[in-house]
Design a binder for this molecule. Sequence first.
Ligand code: TRP
Ligand code: SF4
Length: 404
Amino acid sequence: MSTADAQQRVLSGMRPTGRLHLGHYHGVLKNWIKLQHEYECFFFVADWHALTTHYGDATLFEENVLEMVIDWLAVGVNPGSAALFAQSRIPEHSELHLLLSMITPLGWLERVPSYKDQQEKLKEKDLDTYGFLGYPLLQAADILIYRAGYVPVGADQVAHVELTREVARRFNHVYGREPGFEENAEAAVRKMGKKAAKLYTQLRTAYQEQGDHEALEKAQALLKEQQNISIGDRERLYGYLEGGGKMILAEPQSLLTPASKMPGLDGQKMSKSYDNTISLREDLEQVSSKISTMPTDPARVRLTDPGDPEKCPVWQLHQTYSDQETQEWVVAGCKSAGIGCLECKKPIIEAVVEELEPIQKEAQQYEKDRDLVRSILVEGSERARESAKETLAEVRTAMGLSNW
Ligand code: TRP
Ligand code: SF4
């Protein structure tokens, strides 16, 4: 597949944290489910990334991977459309990581904001390691090995995608200039046949001389249609179009996942570390009791004390789960002390239970049959490896390494 086709690919990874919660569902997973219908998707468990910070606890790794993937499957991430796999089963990621490390300045890694932040936050761990410094470069390899065009990530990961772009640009700059690039590109132009060659040349001139972006897009579309040229020539022609060398690695864009509006039980962000989560496979009785005991506007000590939804985490849940009518009922009832907090929570409990029931039912079949989950991951890795191998072969060639 050429670089430009691959740019319609979406790739994202998640560290294996075990069972997922409603925050993951409303933030990340629903977005994945939508994307899987629109793009070719690769979703993977970043188990090597987990090792960079949790290199001590070997026992839970496989368990955490399977538990997390069970949740992906249960909510509707579909292995028939997206390739699902574990990073550590694709050795190509690590080889690309190694090769990219040769051209990545140390300063680029030291400057990534999460580097110092995480070292501060996880003080009890020794993160003065080579692997931890390389964390964002490993992520760059994850992305570049599939030549993914779009990377759905949260705001904290945008800097990593930015680094990925810089690394790709540097790689293309250093290795995309094969000797005789211009001559090879001109020869490739001729291979397209007279008509297409003429059109390509006109469009290229329009883009390079007048910055005509429409011409650029037309020329890219033209290249995509060509049946008779090799992958290598196609990459040359894409690069030649934009004035650079051969484009071997593609620069991805981040698709910013909007921060989930789903608050935790205490109104802070839902997160395991705050102990305020409702997990997707939480016992439904427990769900009900967790929501019933959620804090509300502290002004409502007695039933007759009016409150303000803006000061209440339950209101944030209504914004995710309730229709207009219910929301109006909440605002009016809260401000006038017309309803009690327990009454106000009832529709939320019902909605969450209704949401979780089918997910839990779906999860059951995978819980009973972990081999099925494993085989889904094996099948996903086979698909992923095919693309990874293609990219790696080109990278090796570009760097002067052999491919036999
Ligand atoms: N670093 C990401 C996180 O902590 C996980 C991740 C690893 C990732 N490789 C990736 C995300 C590649 C997107 C693309 O959430
Ligand atoms: Fe919160 Fe509802 Fe109670 Fe108002 S009535 S404080 S919105 S739980």
